[in-house]
Write a protein of this length. Structure first.
Length: 193
């Protein structure tokens, strides 16, 4: 009885070795990769000074984003410096200062290696003119340096969600005194390697 089982198993061994190369070939043809898109939106907290004193005022905002997105097929590290020269303060809370805008997008499909590392390091700008002018200069805290007057707290994780572009992961940087939020949405876009 045992010898029959052993003979049957031996007969299956060449068949198993013959099928081994087909597995990786078929899997490679349909292997899914990813590329990322990052969007930005700027809003103000309901108690922000710009909302309480400067409704309808014009201004400008700019910030610096440090981005690291590395894989075997695609490598990017650098500072992005978006600026928005024609910002109008909305007439109430809940409306963004800067509508959702594409900040960066990968051209190359690559293996899944996690999300890009994105940090807002500085936020600056101004609203209105003359005596009503409000200057904004928020930066991150650094070791060995006094806490900045308008500290920028990056990396606040928000709930993931989905919209017309697809699934996203969201992170916020918030300035302590000026009460502005810079929201970053990271979209993982499926693609074939």
């Amino acid at each position: 009885m045992r010898s029959r089982r052993f003979c049957r198993l031996l007969a299956l061994v060449p068949l198993a070795f013959a099928l081994v190369p087909l597995g990786p070939v078929l899997g490679a043809a349909a292997e899914m990769g990813v590329r990322h898109r990052i969007d930005v939106m700027v809003s103000a907290e309901p108690d922000a000074p710009v909302l309480s004193r400067l409704k309808g005022a014009r201004g400008e905002l700019s910030f610096i984003v440090r981005l690291s997105a590395n894989s075997n097929q695609s490598k990017f590290f650098g500072m992005l410096r978006p600026s928005f020269p024609a910002v109008v303060v909305p007439d109430g809370p809940g409306k963004p200062l800067v509508q959702q805008t594409k900040l960066w997008e990968e051209d190359v499909c690559h293996q899944r290696r996690g999300l890009p590392k994105v940090t807002v390091t500085q936020l600056g700008g101004h609203f209105a003119e003359g005596e009503e002018r409000i200057e904004i200069s928020a930066i991150n805290r650094h070791i060995g340096v006094l806490v900045p007057p308008d500290e920028l707290t990056p990396g606040i994780k928000l709930d993931q969600g989905s919209d017309s572009f697809g699934l996203f992961y969201a992170f916020r940087a918030q300035s302590r005194n000026s009460r502005l939020n810079v929201d970053l949405k990271i979209y993982p876009i499926d693609c074939f390697l």
